[in-house]
Design a protein around this ligand. Structure first.
Ligand code: PLP
Length: 380
């Protein structure tokens, strides 16, 4: 398998640990163990008595039941605990489509949602989110795209990197389109719990059996370092995923599952606090952008904590992001990490602390002014 480099992760490898301020990540502010314990009402000392034995193939029963209570009406059979949703994506993209199958994917998109399958020889058909249309998905266009009866339709709403989402009626239409052409519907719910002002969408699995849903504690909970995610899918597919994982990681650590179970049992409290904070930061970002209409364009995100910002005056947004990281120690992610047509954009994350966002935006404003001054000099 000739898998392409994961561009976003490559960028993060270079800069995530080499900056002072992060306005590039797609998750909310990360919690300390002490904060998580206080919010959930447990004592970290409970870990002292934990026996470090193997966990279970589909996830420890405490966490699996907590996830089932939150997502599947208490039914554990369709629930599997994974190392981040990344592991679930990797397994599903190896087990559902075969080389030569057609996959319809959003464009732009989180690269793992399409390039694992592409690396295995699947054919990609792009469902474009167009900046001129506020990145709104066009369902008429999707109906045209599925004429070849693809094996899978892969979506992620609220969407990384644009933050755009869909309505419940559009979600019904998506399910109907997948059902009509017999495609698997892959619903990446990474940001599903973090929406403004609309209520979160339900998982589409109750309406269509050929549906796979991914979720994670990395984005809306502030627990990226736990590396815990989940997959909700037909049990027969989960069986095959467990068999494949037997060759890689076997199961998720019981230490991580301990924290994750508390987080999932207290999800409403954690996510609503994070959402209040993110909503304030979202306003800060929109005001900052509105003050610079010539150099910054942003579509207000419906969910998640990232926006896909266009810099119409920047000659090279990748260079702008590199300068920002190397000279001003601020993380921003070049748009070409999400698709080759998006070089004029960058992903701007507003999930950090208010101070972090303000410091990051100040630095970005400085870098944009430097660019404008350099352009002026070159022109005179
Ligand atoms: C849309 C989407 N899905 C899945 C993931 C994987 O996240 P994790 O493995 O931390 O759950 C990411 C990470 O950025 C993402 O943006």
């Amino acid at each position: 398998m000739d898998i392409p480099v994961a561009k976003l992760e490559e960028w993060m490898r270079s800069y995530y640990h080499a900056v002072d301020h992060d306005i590039g990540s797609s998750g909310v502010r990360d919690l300390t163990v002490g904060e998580l314990a206080a919010w959930c009402g447990f004592d970290p000392a409970e870990l002292g008595g934990m026996v470090l034995h193997d966990s279970e193939s589909f996830g420890g029963s405490g966490l699996r039941h907590a996830l089932a209570d939150r997502w599947t009406g208490g039914d554990v059979a369709p629930v599997m605990v994974t190392h981040g949703s990344s592991e679930a994506i990797y397994l599903v993209m190896h087990l559902v489509p075969a080389p030569g199958d057609e996959i319809v994917v959003l464009d732009p998109a989180y690269q793992q949602l399409y390039d694992i399958a592409a690396g295995r020889g699947c054919r990609l058909t792009r469902w474009r989110l167009r900046p001129g249309n506020g990145f709104r998905p066009d369902f008429g266009e999707l109906r045209e795209l599925v004429r070849g009866r693809p094996r899978m339709i892969v979506v992620n709403f609220p969407h990384n990197p644009t933050g755009v989402s869909i309505t419940p009626a559009e979600q019904d239409e998506l399910v109907a389109i997948a059902a009509e052409c017999g495609a698997w519907l892959v619903w990446d719910n990474a940001f599903g719990e973090m929406t403004y002002p609309a209520a979160p969408l339900a998982l589409p699995r109750d309406r269509y059996e050929r549906c796979v849903c991914f979720g994670t504690l990395s984005k809306s909970y502030g627990l990226a370092g736990l590396r815990v995610g989940w997959c909700v899918a037909p049990p027969a597919l989960l069986d095959r995923m467990a068999e494949m994982r037997d060759y890689i990681a076997l199961y998720v650590s019981p230490v991580l599952e301990f924290f994750a179970e508390h987080a999932v049992r207290n999800a409403d409290r954690i996510v609503s606090a994070q959402r209040r904070h993110a909503a304030r930061n979202r306003r800060t970002l929109l005001e900052w952008a509105a003050a610079r209409p010539e150099s910054v364009r942003v579509v207000p995100p419906d969910g998640g904590v990232s926006a896909f910002v266009e810099f119409p005056r920047s000659p090279d947004v990748r260079a702008l992001c590199r300068n920002l990281a190397e000279k001003r120690r601020v993380l921003l992610v070049p748009g070409d990490c999400f698709g080759e047509d998006f070089g004029a954009f960058a992903r701007l994350g507003f999930g950090g602390t208010a101070e972090e966002l303000e410091a990051g935006l100040d630095a970005l404003a400085g870098a944009l002014s430097d660019e404008a001054a350099a352009e002026g000099k070159a022109a005179s």
